[in-house]
Design a protein around this ligand. Structure first.
Ligand SMILES: O=C(O)[C@H](O)COP(=O)(O)O
Length: 320
């Protein structure tokens, strides 16, 4: 099989125009289309490569219909919207651009922590609604508070560096990182059971996997300090949405900032959570910066070009 023979490329999510330009320069025929699942299934057979962000669900039926498909490119990090085992089974390579949007994701997380501490979005809304309400919005300083980071990969570590400058104590856990390495990043390594009672803020920075789904659920939240604040700018499903609402309603959770949702866009059953007065929410904007989008597009184009010309490239998440 000629894996490197990429002629026709289909892009189904918004990607920086430099990507299209680079691939056209490399001799590829590139189509950008917004398609329903059925349209994607009926058109995918024409293409050698499919390029997506998180918006397109690359399910097994899409992959099976891709008779000429050799490569799925993810302009970003998370590949949870791609059925990677099915791709591997069908001989389709999957490539992402890890690290290209790390800083944007970390900065977004820091912004959400600050937004929670001072209820900035809620206060802004009252002023826009014509009110001048100061008493409602008594906040808290971050200095001296404990931030728990679950997942100490690239993003978690950048969050640690930034939030330490606010005087926060940083604790964290990662099953793949030894305690000594965490200490080098100024993070006190703790087992999850030790983390729950000491954390004022908990932010998750793990991929969505069977092992991380519902990582933050009622069972965990009830072990936390009353009023704990939860941030999820990683993936929907890591924090259980139903449990979070329940604990917000009881006051056990004092606030939550959510950039990602189990289903995107979130369905009607999530509206109560989104509308809760202690919830700050954004529509999966962690990587939505000019810089990150230029970087993911540039990296992916370069990796694909390198693969076409040399048969080798970084960024593959599977092995055929
Ligand atoms: O996994 C990622 O790279 C981020 O969640 C960004 O997703 P997006 O490319 O859909 O904005």
């Amino acid at each position: 099989m000629h894996h490197k023979n990429i002629k026709k490329v289909l892009i189904t999510d918004p990607i920086d125009p430099t990507f299209v330009q680079c691939l056209r320069n490399a001799g590829c025929d590139v189509d950008e289309k917004k398609l329903t699942k059925d349209q994607l299934i009926s058109q995918i057979a024409d293409y050698d490569a499919l390029v997506v962000r998180s918006g397109t669900q690359v399910t097994v039926d899409v992959i099976a219909a891709g008779k000429n498909l050799k490569l799925i490119g993810r302009a970003g990090t998370g590949v949870d919207n791609i059925d990677v085992p099915a791709a591997t089974k069908h001989g389709v390579w999957v490539m992402n651009t890890p690290g290209a949007n790390t800083i944007s994701a970390a900065e977004m997380t820091c912004a959400l922590i600050l937004a929670l501490a001072r209820q900035i979005p809620q206060a802004c809304q009252t002023l826009k609604d014509g009110r001048w309400d100061r008493k409602l919005f008594m906040g808290n300083e971050l200095m001296g508070k404990t931030l728990a980071i679950l997942g100490l990969g690239r993003i978690g570590r950048e969050v640690a560096t930034r939030m330490r400058s606010f005087g926060m104590t940083i604790v964290g856990f990662d099953p793949f990182m030894p305690a000594e390495t965490a200490a080098q990043y100024g993070i006190q390594f703790m087992a999850p059971e030790q983390i729950w009672p000491v954390a004022d803020y908990i932010t998750v920075h793990v991929p969505l996997l069977p092992e991380t789904e519902n990582l933050v659920c009622s069972e965990v939240l009830v072990k936390c300090k009353r009023g704990v604040k939860i941030i999820n700018a990683a993936r929907g499903g890591i924090v259980n949405e139903k449990d979070l609402l329940k604990e917000l309603e009881s006051g056990q959770v004092g606030g939550a900032a959510l950039d990602v949702f189990a289903e995107e866009p979130p369905g009607p059953e999530v509206q109560k959570l989104l509308k809760h007065s202690k919830v700050v929410c954004t529509p999966h904007l962690g990587a939505s910066t000019t810089e990150a989008q230029e970087r993911v597009a540039g990296d992916l184009a370069e990796q694909i070009q390198q693969w076409i010309t040399t048969g080798n490239a970084p960024g593959f998440v599977n092995k055929i």
